[in-house]
Write a protein that binds this ligand. Sequence first.
Ligand SMILES: Cc1cc2nc3c(=O)[nH]c(=O)nc-3n(C[C@H](O)[C@H](O)[C@H](O)COP(=O)(O)OP(=O)(O)OC[C@H]3O[C@@H](n4cnc5c(N)ncnc54)[C@H](O)[C@@H]3O)c2cc1C
Length: 473
Amino acid sequence: MKVVVVGGGIAGLSAAHRLAESGRPGLEVTLLERSGRFGGTIRTVERDGCLVELGPDSFLTSKPWLSDLAGRLGVADRIIPTARTHRRSHVVHRGKLHPLPDGFLMMAPTRFWPMVATSLFSWKGKARCALDLVLPRGTGTGDESLGAFVRRRFGGEVLERVVQPLIGGIYAGDPDTLSLKATIPRFFEMEQRHRSVIKAMVAQRRAAARQQRGTAGSGARYGELASFDRGMEIIVQALLRQLPSDAMHTRAEVTRLTRAGSGWNLSCGEGRRFDADGVILAVPSRHAAGLLHGTDTDLYEELAAIPHASSAVMNLAYRRSDVPHPLDCFGFVVPAVEDRKIIACTFSSVKFPNRAPEGLVLLRVFLGGMLQQELLQSGDEILLRIVRGELRDLMGIENEPLHSELARYPDAMPQYLVGHGRRVERIESLLGRHLGLALAGNAYGGVGLPDCVRSGEQAAERILGGADPGQFT
Ligand SMILES: Cc1cc2nc3c(=O)[nH]c(=O)nc-3n(C[C@H](O)[C@H](O)[C@H](O)COP(=O)(O)OP(=O)(O)OC[C@H]3O[C@@H](n4cnc5c(N)ncnc54)[C@H](O)[C@@H]3O)c2cc1C
């Protein structure tokens, strides 16, 4: 049995690894990657002693698929948690960095006094947020946008000042168009089960405290985030070590996919062709759509209808003495209402150890996203000037960085719009028409790295005949 995996990002590598891991006799796996390297969005580089993440910098351990994979690849001991100190976020409010109230996690407060004391929200905003404690649960039928959910439960201030920038940072998206169920379904489930989201989150925090899992902090679930000691590329290298090098091809862009009897035929540039009994398309969904255009118009239309946002990441290294900010948090997010030109900044050398040599600071700034796509038309020099201007205003950094690296991600972040879940169900059912075809990647059941690993592994299972057709569930 010949299987070709198209796309050498984390989803494609995980798919190829699961196929190889199956030990199925006679199974021949080939992986075709368009660019000159494997890893896709994951890219770690070393620059003047700094460990620079050009793409993702961490992953959720509460979603077990990446950690499990690391265990099977023998690199679990290289997983590192985020630093124990400063596990909190700031948010820009009226042009200044402002701490999120301690215990404010993603969408809701879990501690009373920090929420009462904060000047981030007005008294009216705080009172409206507290209404969550008494409001009835929603109907639970149909899909709802994240923005509508937060406005309904906590009010507009919480949405504008905190949830929009936190979610904007993760999904590069607009909460008023993103589906709650498809992005952070646990909030939907909390409301359905406990009615009040605040009560549900307080109960979760107490349970975590009983199990002695760190509960201090604010912003993202930093206690559940991890990386690798030498950066995210460790997982890519570990996967590559397990895969036969003669089966792995870079600079192999698949330009055509056609049915050939009960199998498939794939064409790459320079007249290279591959025959396969099974194909896993682990490429962005719009690329998968393009490849399936001639095979299945319905599938093409569903895949092509998933929009994507573009973003860019700029890493900047500074002397510690050039940064007046105390760096007593993991970074900050910027609400759209603040009308600034960056969407978030992570203090990388605070969040993880050994990211910058003693005396240096590594910052990681996010630009673009659904609400600021046009900014990315600017050239690299202009973007650097914009970022420096913003860091000067917000953090008081006047001097030039020692070095900076810009990485652009055009159309890289799928937008799970309201109705995304239904679309994925339709895609899943359409796939049932095609024996030996599977999809993997970040466009279906989660954008995070663990979700992408799972999607690759599920695609492999489908091809091996295990999980058909419930690929994304
Ligand atoms: C800036 C940024 C920061 C992020 N940060 C985090 C984070 O901290 N934590 C987290 O969990 N997630 C993060 N994410 C999300 C996560 O990184 C991605 O969802 C994930 O890496 C996508 O993996 P993938 O394999 O699906 O796709 P990709 O990594 O995009 O890989 C797809 C591969 O397919 C190849 N390809 C495309 N077309 C073809 C073709 N026709 N033939 C052959 N090859 C082809 C591409 O060259 C590419 O290598 C971030 C995303 C971005 C953009």
